[in-house]
Design a protein around this ligand. Structure first.
Ligand code: ASP
Length: 327
Protein backbone atom coordinates (compact mmCIF):
# COMPACT_ATOMS: atom_id res chain seq x y z
CA UNK A 1 0.00 0.00 0.00
CA UNK A 2 2.73 2.40 1.12
CA UNK A 3 4.75 1.61 -2.02
CA UNK A 4 1.71 2.24 -4.16
CA UNK A 5 1.22 5.70 -2.63
CA UNK A 6 4.89 6.51 -3.13
CA UNK A 7 4.52 5.62 -6.80
CA UNK A 8 1.31 7.65 -7.23
CA UNK A 9 2.66 10.91 -5.74
CA UNK A 10 5.08 11.67 -8.64
CA UNK A 11 2.27 10.83 -11.08
CA UNK A 12 -0.01 13.39 -9.40
CA UNK A 13 2.81 15.91 -9.44
CA UNK A 14 3.38 15.29 -13.16
CA UNK A 15 -0.34 15.72 -13.97
CA UNK A 16 -0.42 18.93 -11.93
CA UNK A 17 2.54 20.34 -13.87
CA UNK A 18 0.93 19.41 -17.21
CA UNK A 19 -2.27 21.17 -16.16
CA UNK A 20 -0.33 24.27 -15.17
CA UNK A 21 1.47 24.31 -18.52
CA UNK A 22 -1.78 24.14 -20.50
CA UNK A 23 -2.32 27.25 -22.59
CA UNK A 24 -5.35 29.34 -21.64
CA UNK A 25 -8.46 27.80 -23.14
CA UNK A 26 -10.38 31.03 -23.56
CA UNK A 27 -9.59 33.30 -26.45
CA UNK A 28 -11.41 36.00 -28.36
CA UNK A 29 -11.45 39.40 -29.95
CA UNK A 30 -13.39 42.61 -29.33
CA UNK A 31 -13.39 45.59 -31.69
CA UNK A 32 -14.73 49.13 -32.03
CA UNK A 33 -15.38 51.46 -34.94
CA UNK A 34 -15.76 54.61 -32.88
CA UNK A 35 -18.05 56.07 -30.23
CA UNK A 36 -20.40 58.85 -31.26
CA UNK A 37 -23.85 60.13 -31.91
CA UNK A 38 -25.36 57.67 -34.41
CA UNK A 39 -29.10 57.10 -34.12
CA UNK A 40 -31.28 54.45 -35.79
CA UNK A 41 -32.59 57.28 -38.06
CA UNK A 42 -29.14 58.54 -39.06
CA UNK A 43 -28.01 54.96 -39.80
CA UNK A 44 -31.01 54.05 -41.98
CA UNK A 45 -29.85 52.40 -45.20
CA UNK A 46 -26.18 52.16 -44.15
CA UNK A 47 -26.39 50.20 -40.90
CA UNK A 48 -26.05 46.79 -42.58
CA UNK A 49 -22.89 47.88 -44.37
CA UNK A 50 -21.24 48.99 -41.09
CA UNK A 51 -22.25 45.77 -39.34
CA UNK A 52 -20.88 43.73 -42.26
CA UNK A 53 -17.43 45.36 -42.21
CA UNK A 54 -17.23 45.00 -38.43
CA UNK A 55 -18.19 41.32 -38.63
CA UNK A 56 -15.52 40.75 -41.30
CA UNK A 57 -12.94 42.44 -39.07
CA UNK A 58 -13.98 40.26 -36.13
CA UNK A 59 -13.98 37.05 -38.20
CA UNK A 60 -10.55 37.84 -39.67
CA UNK A 61 -9.01 38.39 -36.24
CA UNK A 62 -10.83 35.42 -34.72
CA UNK A 63 -9.65 33.03 -37.47
CA UNK A 64 -6.05 33.91 -36.59
CA UNK A 65 -6.66 33.22 -32.89
CA UNK A 66 -8.49 29.98 -33.64
CA UNK A 67 -5.49 28.67 -35.58
CA UNK A 68 -3.26 29.46 -32.59
CA UNK A 69 -2.00 32.78 -33.98
CA UNK A 70 -0.95 35.66 -31.74
CA UNK A 71 -3.21 38.32 -30.25
CA UNK A 72 -0.98 40.98 -31.86
CA UNK A 73 -1.51 39.53 -35.35
CA UNK A 74 -5.25 39.21 -34.78
CA UNK A 75 -5.48 42.85 -33.66
CA UNK A 76 -3.49 44.08 -36.66
CA UNK A 77 -5.56 42.04 -39.14
CA UNK A 78 -8.90 43.16 -37.71
CA UNK A 79 -7.87 46.83 -37.71
CA UNK A 80 -6.59 46.64 -41.30
CA UNK A 81 -10.07 45.58 -42.49
CA UNK A 82 -11.60 48.69 -40.92
CA UNK A 83 -8.76 50.95 -42.12
CA UNK A 84 -9.43 49.78 -45.69
CA UNK A 85 -13.11 50.69 -45.44
CA UNK A 86 -14.16 54.31 -46.11
CA UNK A 87 -16.86 53.93 -43.45
CA UNK A 88 -14.51 54.41 -40.51
CA UNK A 89 -12.30 57.31 -39.48
CA UNK A 90 -9.00 55.50 -39.99
CA UNK A 91 -6.88 54.74 -43.06
CA UNK A 92 -9.10 55.16 -46.14
CA UNK A 93 -11.96 56.99 -44.36
CA UNK A 94 -9.86 59.39 -42.28
CA UNK A 95 -11.27 62.84 -41.50
CA UNK A 96 -9.83 66.19 -42.60
CA UNK A 97 -7.86 68.73 -40.58
CA UNK A 98 -8.98 72.37 -40.63
CA UNK A 99 -6.76 72.96 -43.67
CA UNK A 100 -8.00 69.90 -45.57
CA UNK A 101 -5.08 67.54 -44.98
CA UNK A 102 -5.34 64.00 -43.66
CA UNK A 103 -3.05 63.08 -40.76
CA UNK A 104 -3.27 59.62 -39.24
CA UNK A 105 -2.20 58.11 -35.91
CA UNK A 106 -2.02 54.50 -34.69
CA UNK A 107 -0.61 52.35 -31.92
CA UNK A 108 -0.33 48.70 -30.95
CA UNK A 109 0.73 46.99 -27.73
CA UNK A 110 1.69 43.42 -26.95
CA UNK A 111 0.80 42.55 -23.37
CA UNK A 112 3.56 39.97 -23.10
CA UNK A 113 6.61 41.97 -22.04
CA UNK A 114 4.83 45.31 -22.58
CA UNK A 115 6.12 45.79 -26.11
CA UNK A 116 4.60 48.76 -27.92
CA UNK A 117 4.81 50.76 -31.13
CA UNK A 118 3.08 53.84 -32.49
CA UNK A 119 3.05 56.38 -35.31
CA UNK A 120 1.55 59.85 -35.45
CA UNK A 121 0.93 62.47 -38.10
CA UNK A 122 1.54 60.14 -41.04
CA UNK A 123 0.04 60.94 -44.43
CA UNK A 124 1.15 58.28 -46.89
CA UNK A 125 0.91 54.87 -45.24
CA UNK A 126 -2.15 52.83 -46.27
CA UNK A 127 -2.40 50.89 -43.02
CA UNK A 128 -1.14 52.97 -40.09
CA UNK A 129 -1.58 50.03 -37.69
CA UNK A 130 1.07 48.07 -39.64
CA UNK A 131 3.41 51.04 -39.35
CA UNK A 132 2.83 51.05 -35.58
CA UNK A 133 3.65 47.33 -35.51
CA UNK A 134 6.80 48.03 -37.52
CA UNK A 135 7.93 50.53 -34.86
CA UNK A 136 7.28 47.89 -32.18
CA UNK A 137 9.01 45.05 -34.03
CA UNK A 138 11.89 46.78 -35.77
CA UNK A 139 13.02 49.71 -33.62
CA UNK A 140 14.09 50.39 -30.03
CA UNK A 141 11.49 53.22 -29.94
CA UNK A 142 7.81 53.42 -29.08
CA UNK A 143 6.54 56.43 -31.08
CA UNK A 144 7.82 57.74 -34.41
CA UNK A 145 6.06 60.60 -36.17
CA UNK A 146 5.58 62.15 -39.62
CA UNK A 147 8.32 61.89 -42.22
CA UNK A 148 10.50 59.82 -39.87
CA UNK A 149 7.84 57.11 -39.76
CA UNK A 150 7.25 57.25 -43.52
CA UNK A 151 10.99 57.04 -44.27
CA UNK A 152 11.32 54.06 -41.97
CA UNK A 153 8.33 52.42 -43.70
CA UNK A 154 10.15 52.73 -47.04
CA UNK A 155 13.48 51.62 -45.57
CA UNK A 156 11.71 48.44 -44.41
CA UNK A 157 10.80 47.67 -48.03
CA UNK A 158 7.23 49.02 -48.09
CA UNK A 159 5.60 51.43 -50.53
CA UNK A 160 4.12 54.81 -49.77
CA UNK A 161 0.53 55.45 -50.82
CA UNK A 162 -0.45 58.64 -52.64
CA UNK A 163 -2.42 61.04 -50.42
CA UNK A 164 -5.27 60.99 -52.98
CA UNK A 165 -6.08 57.40 -51.90
CA UNK A 166 -7.29 58.69 -48.52
CA UNK A 167 -9.64 61.25 -50.04
CA UNK A 168 -13.24 60.16 -49.64
CA UNK A 169 -15.96 62.26 -51.27
CA UNK A 170 -18.47 61.78 -48.47
CA UNK A 171 -15.91 62.63 -45.79
CA UNK A 172 -14.96 65.74 -47.75
CA UNK A 173 -18.59 66.88 -47.91
CA UNK A 174 -19.00 66.12 -44.19
CA UNK A 175 -15.96 68.29 -43.50
CA UNK A 176 -17.26 71.15 -45.65
CA UNK A 177 -20.57 71.04 -43.83
CA UNK A 178 -18.98 70.89 -40.40
CA UNK A 179 -16.71 73.82 -41.30
CA UNK A 180 -19.70 75.98 -42.14
CA UNK A 181 -21.70 75.05 -39.08
CA UNK A 182 -18.99 74.93 -36.50
CA UNK A 183 -16.73 77.73 -37.66
CA UNK A 184 -13.46 75.81 -37.58
CA UNK A 185 -14.05 74.21 -34.20
CA UNK A 186 -12.74 70.67 -33.87
CA UNK A 187 -15.68 68.37 -34.22
CA UNK A 188 -15.87 66.32 -31.06
CA UNK A 189 -19.02 64.61 -32.35
CA UNK A 190 -17.48 62.98 -35.41
CA UNK A 191 -15.72 59.97 -33.98
CA UNK A 192 -15.15 56.73 -35.92
CA UNK A 193 -11.70 55.68 -34.81
CA UNK A 194 -11.12 51.91 -34.99
CA UNK A 195 -9.57 49.54 -32.48
CA UNK A 196 -9.26 45.94 -31.39
CA UNK A 197 -8.22 43.95 -28.33
CA UNK A 198 -7.55 40.22 -28.28
CA UNK A 199 -6.63 37.31 -26.03
CA UNK A 200 -4.89 34.38 -27.74
CA UNK A 201 -4.69 30.67 -26.89
CA UNK A 202 -1.37 31.22 -25.13
CA UNK A 203 -2.85 33.78 -22.76
CA UNK A 204 -1.25 36.76 -24.47
CA UNK A 205 -3.19 40.00 -24.68
CA UNK A 206 -2.83 42.76 -27.30
CA UNK A 207 -4.59 45.97 -28.24
CA UNK A 208 -4.39 48.44 -31.11
CA UNK A 209 -6.02 51.69 -32.22
CA UNK A 210 -6.00 53.60 -35.52
CA UNK A 211 -7.50 56.98 -36.39
CA UNK A 212 -7.64 60.03 -38.62
CA UNK A 213 -8.12 61.99 -35.39
CA UNK A 214 -10.83 64.59 -34.93
CA UNK A 215 -12.42 66.44 -37.81
CA UNK A 216 -11.24 70.03 -38.16
CA UNK A 217 -8.31 69.43 -35.81
CA UNK A 218 -5.32 71.75 -36.13
CA UNK A 219 -2.60 70.39 -38.39
CA UNK A 220 -0.08 68.56 -36.22
CA UNK A 221 -2.59 67.84 -33.46
CA UNK A 222 -2.16 64.37 -31.99
CA UNK A 223 -4.88 62.70 -29.93
CA UNK A 224 -4.90 59.74 -27.58
CA UNK A 225 -4.92 56.96 -30.20
CA UNK A 226 -1.12 56.72 -30.69
CA UNK A 227 -0.35 57.42 -27.04
CA UNK A 228 0.40 54.23 -25.13
CA UNK A 229 -1.49 54.38 -21.84
CA UNK A 230 -4.06 56.85 -23.18
CA UNK A 231 -5.63 55.30 -26.30
CA UNK A 232 -4.11 51.82 -26.13
CA UNK A 233 -2.72 49.56 -23.41
CA UNK A 234 -2.13 45.84 -22.93
CA UNK A 235 -0.65 43.91 -20.04
CA UNK A 236 -0.86 40.13 -19.77
CA UNK A 237 -1.42 40.47 -16.02
CA UNK A 238 -4.61 42.48 -16.45
CA UNK A 239 -6.26 43.42 -19.75
CA UNK A 240 -5.97 44.89 -23.25
CA UNK A 241 -7.78 48.19 -23.96
CA UNK A 242 -8.48 50.34 -27.03
CA UNK A 243 -10.19 53.73 -26.68
CA UNK A 244 -12.26 56.06 -28.83
CA UNK A 245 -13.55 59.50 -28.04
CA UNK A 246 -12.44 63.06 -27.39
CA UNK A 247 -8.70 62.40 -27.31
CA UNK A 248 -7.62 65.32 -25.14
CA UNK A 249 -9.67 63.92 -22.23
CA UNK A 250 -8.40 60.41 -22.81
CA UNK A 251 -4.80 61.67 -22.64
CA UNK A 252 -5.36 63.67 -19.46
CA UNK A 253 -7.05 60.74 -17.75
CA UNK A 254 -4.65 58.11 -19.15
CA UNK A 255 -7.77 56.08 -19.79
CA UNK A 256 -6.33 52.79 -21.07
CA UNK A 257 -3.63 52.63 -18.38
CA UNK A 258 -6.10 53.84 -15.77
CA UNK A 259 -8.32 50.79 -16.34
CA UNK A 260 -5.29 48.47 -16.16
CA UNK A 261 -4.13 50.20 -12.95
CA UNK A 262 -7.51 49.86 -11.24
CA UNK A 263 -7.40 46.12 -11.97
CA UNK A 264 -3.78 45.75 -10.94
CA UNK A 265 -3.68 47.83 -7.75
CA UNK A 266 -7.30 47.78 -6.60
CA UNK A 267 -8.15 44.32 -7.80
CA UNK A 268 -11.24 45.59 -9.59
CA UNK A 269 -12.84 43.49 -12.32
CA UNK A 270 -12.49 44.74 -15.91
CA UNK A 271 -16.14 45.80 -16.06
CA UNK A 272 -16.01 47.70 -12.75
CA UNK A 273 -12.76 49.43 -13.72
CA UNK A 274 -14.07 50.41 -17.16
CA UNK A 275 -17.37 51.69 -15.76
CA UNK A 276 -15.59 53.77 -13.15
CA UNK A 277 -13.33 55.47 -15.71
CA UNK A 278 -15.85 55.98 -18.52
CA UNK A 279 -19.08 56.62 -16.61
CA UNK A 280 -17.66 58.50 -13.62
CA UNK A 281 -14.20 59.97 -14.09
CA UNK A 282 -14.61 61.00 -17.75
CA UNK A 283 -18.28 61.88 -17.59
CA UNK A 284 -17.72 64.27 -14.67
CA UNK A 285 -15.36 66.37 -16.80
CA UNK A 286 -17.34 66.13 -20.05
CA UNK A 287 -15.04 63.58 -21.71
CA UNK A 288 -17.07 61.71 -24.32
CA UNK A 289 -16.23 58.30 -25.75
CA UNK A 290 -15.74 54.68 -24.84
CA UNK A 291 -13.47 51.66 -24.69
CA UNK A 292 -13.40 48.04 -25.72
CA UNK A 293 -11.31 45.64 -23.66
CA UNK A 294 -10.65 42.00 -22.90
CA UNK A 295 -9.06 40.64 -19.74
CA UNK A 296 -6.64 37.77 -19.20
CA UNK A 297 -9.46 35.29 -18.62
CA UNK A 298 -11.51 36.36 -21.63
CA UNK A 299 -14.09 38.69 -20.03
CA UNK A 300 -14.86 41.68 -22.22
CA UNK A 301 -16.07 45.23 -21.68
CA UNK A 302 -17.58 47.64 -24.22
CA UNK A 303 -18.28 50.71 -22.10
CA UNK A 304 -19.24 54.11 -23.58
CA UNK A 305 -20.88 57.35 -22.45
CA UNK A 306 -22.03 58.54 -25.88
CA UNK A 307 -25.37 57.54 -27.46
CA UNK A 308 -23.66 54.97 -29.69
CA UNK A 309 -20.47 52.99 -30.19
CA UNK A 310 -19.75 50.76 -33.18
CA UNK A 311 -18.58 47.55 -31.54
CA UNK A 312 -18.55 43.78 -31.54
CA UNK A 313 -16.82 40.64 -30.34
CA UNK A 314 -16.38 36.93 -30.88
CA UNK A 315 -15.29 34.63 -28.08
CA UNK A 316 -14.24 30.99 -27.88
CA UNK A 317 -17.37 30.28 -25.81
CA UNK A 318 -19.35 30.78 -29.05
CA UNK A 319 -20.67 34.27 -28.28
CA UNK A 320 -20.63 36.74 -31.18
CA UNK A 321 -22.35 40.13 -31.41
CA UNK A 322 -22.04 43.28 -33.50
CA UNK A 323 -23.77 46.41 -32.20
CA UNK A 324 -24.10 50.16 -32.73
CA UNK A 325 -26.66 51.54 -30.30
CA UNK A 326 -27.23 51.08 -26.59
CA UNK A 327 -28.77 47.72 -25.74
N1 ASP B 1 -9.71 59.51 -30.00
C1 ASP B 1 -9.54 60.02 -31.33
C2 ASP B 1 -8.73 61.29 -31.26
O1 ASP B 1 -8.94 62.09 -30.36
C3 ASP B 1 -10.82 60.30 -32.02
C4 ASP B 1 -11.89 59.25 -31.93
O2 ASP B 1 -11.75 58.27 -31.22
O3 ASP B 1 -12.90 59.40 -32.59
O4 ASP B 1 -7.92 61.53 -32.13
Amino acid sequence: MQQCIIKIIPLFYFCFQVLLAQPSQNFGIVIHGGAGYATPESMKGVETEYLKVMQTAIDTGYAILEKGGSAVNAVEAAIKIMEDSPLFNAGKGSVFTNIGTIEMDASIMDGSGLKAGAVANIRRIKNPISAAKMVMDKTPHVLIIGKGAENLWVAQGNNLTDTSYFYDKERFEQWQKSKQSEKDKINSKKHGTVGAAALDKNGNLAAGTSTGGMMNKMPGRVGDSPIIGAGTYANNQTCAVSCTGHGEFFIKHAVAYNINALMMYKNLSLETAATQVIQKELKEVGGTGGIIAIDKTGNISMEFNTPSMFRGYKLSNGKNEVLIFKK
